[in-house]
Design a protein around this ligand. Sequence first.
Ligand SMILES: [Zn+2]
Ligand SMILES: [Zn+2]
Length: 135
Amino acid sequence: MTITGSCFCGSVAYKVEGELRGARSCHCSMCRKAFSAQASAYALVNPKEFSWLSGEELLTSYASSKDAGLMFCSICGSTLCGTYQGNAHGVTLGCVDGDPHIEIGMHIFVGSKAPWETIPEGVIQYEEWPQSNTK
Ligand SMILES: [Zn+2]
Ligand SMILES: [Zn+2]
């Protein structure tokens, strides 16, 4: 399958020639800032299946740690993807166009959620990382 995504102003677009996996929402304080929201909404990609369709020259990035970063549109500010050691690591679900045929499977770092957020009932949630998940 081909999944496409784009930013708010439409200048930057990408495609994923494959499937997204590991969709999660992280409620930690860093993700709240990075996504300007109550939590991240993010899914992993195979870096080999990810490519930019337009606007790559308009991207700017922020290194949130030595290996990990985020790339966003310098015009409208949409966060489009996360990187790991310079390669695409995952995409922000908010910028995916259409139905990527994946649903958020876990809510993580719920223990540090914002005081104003209400977590819906019935979702799989973890105080921090799930035990078996290292990344
Ligand atoms: Zn934009
Ligand atoms: Zn987080």
